[in-house]
Design a protein around this ligand. Structure first.
Ligand code: MV4
Length: 448
């Protein structure tokens, strides 16, 4: 087992990883920028190293600063968290080249899944249902037209190195394909340094349902059921829940078993997530995330497990149980609390003048903020995750509302009121929403 882990991240996830390390008797090293001198993860770590200035590019994204910090503190392993360097195959390779364990998948899996065309090919080969489409890169406008005719409009042009929603173009009819095809390529080149694109049939009103898996890198894997992440705004998830309120037990078992089987066949190592779109009773694989995700506590809650501990144990080659699927219990909902203006959604950094977090039965708050803390303007605006659980969805929603009413954050703007509004909607209560509902129905209603 590792004696010391360096946590290459900040905020709530740095603290979350640190908590598991402490429970496992592993010493922790926090790395931080000059903007995070007062961060809770820095205070609670056994050791801390300042790795650079506020800008992420010069600190949390600086591979050599982080590896140097691991070397001088004699850390055995690095946990990347999510975002920053978590899905950077070069970083994973560099860490291992320095004799340090990267807590995550093999570089080849990070690289393959980072290429969305390669990811779909793997998914198809190993039995996952995929969205009908080009099946590979589309080189020119003539091929694009042929494929579009074959699968039928509307279609979606996606960047191969994209993901998370950036670099996509919907094309509703033939007359629009030429302009959108070249525009998509241009934007892909500017955003990802690669103009490779592919085409899919456009699904107009799907849900986003993802399956959590873990593998040992030797052909054993297990799944931790699914999460429904359909409540989103501008490709940022706002609420996640498990189990999904719209799939049958039969559909659930089938898709989770398929994700598990795919993980086994590729000998996937560590934690990962298979993302699917779900529409009209069918699942369609779109991407795989090769990291721990923001919403992992939802699965931890219904499965009563510690996914960060699982990542660490797998990376340390410790013996794990692979033969059975964890039992799922009750319902869990995660609400992402952002420091943002309620109408403009602009980030709202600044000093937390007063703070009172909710508590009680079935309430978990993953956050590194405290009264007097100054939220720096340089990073993501998510400042807390409120994770609520109850025996069923209806009770879980009631408990979430109760917890939101207890939550007091003063000095900055937050989206707490937006969460209350969402939870009060009939469409949310009966689970009848798709990925566009929050933006199209609720926010339109809010504005007018
Ligand atoms: C799609 C789609 C409809 N049809 N693919 C956006 C994020 C990226 N991971 C994939 N995305 C989508 N792919 C086809 N063939 C709609 C989306 C999409 C979306 C997906 C998940 C969650 C939120 C979304 C918001 C807008 C569009």
């Amino acid at each position: 087992m590792f004696k010391k882990i360096l946590i290459a991240n900040r905020s709530e996830i740095a603290l979350r990883i640190q908590r598991s390390c402490q429970e496992m008797g592993i010493a922790t090293v926090a790395v931080h920028s000059t903007a995070d001198n007062e961060a809770m993860a820095v205070r609670f770590a056994d050791e801390s190293v300042c790795i650079g200035p506020a800008q992420s590019a010069d600190s949390y994204l600086s591979m050599r600063a982080i590896i140097s910090a691991a070397k001088i503190t004699n850390a055995d392993a690095i946990h990347p968290g999510y975002g920053f360097l978590a899905e950077n195959a070069d970083f994973a390779e560099m860490v291992e080249a320095h004799g340090i364990t990267f807590i995550g998948p093999e570089p080849k899996h990070i690289k393959n899944m980072g290429d969305k065309i390669a990811a779909k090919k793997i998914a198809l080969k190993f039995g996952l249902p995929i969205v009908p489409g080009s099946g590979g890169a589309v080189e020119n406008i003539n091929d694009a037209k042929k494929i579009a005719e074959k699968i039928g409009y509307p279609i979606l042009i996606k960047a191969a190195k994209g993901g998370g929603g950036r670099g996509m173009k919907i094309v509703n009819e033939k007359s629009q394909i030429e302009d959108n095809f070249s525009l998509c390529r241009q934007e892909a080149l500017a955003a990802f340094g690669d103009d490779e694109v592919y085409i899919e049939k456009y699904l107009p009103s799907p849900r986003h349902i993802e399956v959590q898996v873990c593998g040992d890198g030797k052909g054993n894997a297990k799944h931790f059921w699914e999460r429904d992440c359909s409540i989103q705004r501008r490709h940022q998830k706002v609420i996640e829940e498990a189990p999904s309120p719209v799939i049958s037990e039969k559909q659930r078992i089938e898709i989770c078993e398929k994700a598990k089987a795919c993980s086994e066949k590729i000998a996937y190592r560590g934690a990962g997530t298979f993302e699917f779109l779900f529409q009209d009773g069918e699942f369609y694989f779109i991407e795989m995330n090769t990291r721990i995700q923001v919403e992992h506590p939802v699965s931890e809650t219904i499965c009563k497990i510690d996914l960060i501990a699982e990542q660490i144990l797998i990376a340390a080659n410790e013996k794990r149980e692979w033969s059975d699927t964890p039992k799922k219990m009750g319902h869990a909902i995660e609400l992402r609390i952002n420091a943002e203006h309620p109408e403009t959604f602009m980030p709202s950094p600044g000093k937390i003048e007063n703070y009172h977090a909710p508590g009680g039965l079935g309430v978990r708050v993953d956050s590194a903020i405290y009264r007097g803390y100054v939220i720096p303007p340089f990073y993501d605006s998510m400042i807390a995750k409120l994770i609520v659980s109850a025996p069923n969805r209806q009770l879980c929603i009631a408990r979430a509302m109760r917890a939101l009413n207890e939550y007091a954050i003063e000095g900055i703007d937050t989206n707490i009121e937006l969460h209350k509004k969402i939870l009060a909607q009939e469409k949310f209560k009966n689970g009848k929403y798709d990925i566009h509902w929050l933006e199209n129905s609720l926010m339109q209603a809010q504005q007018g």
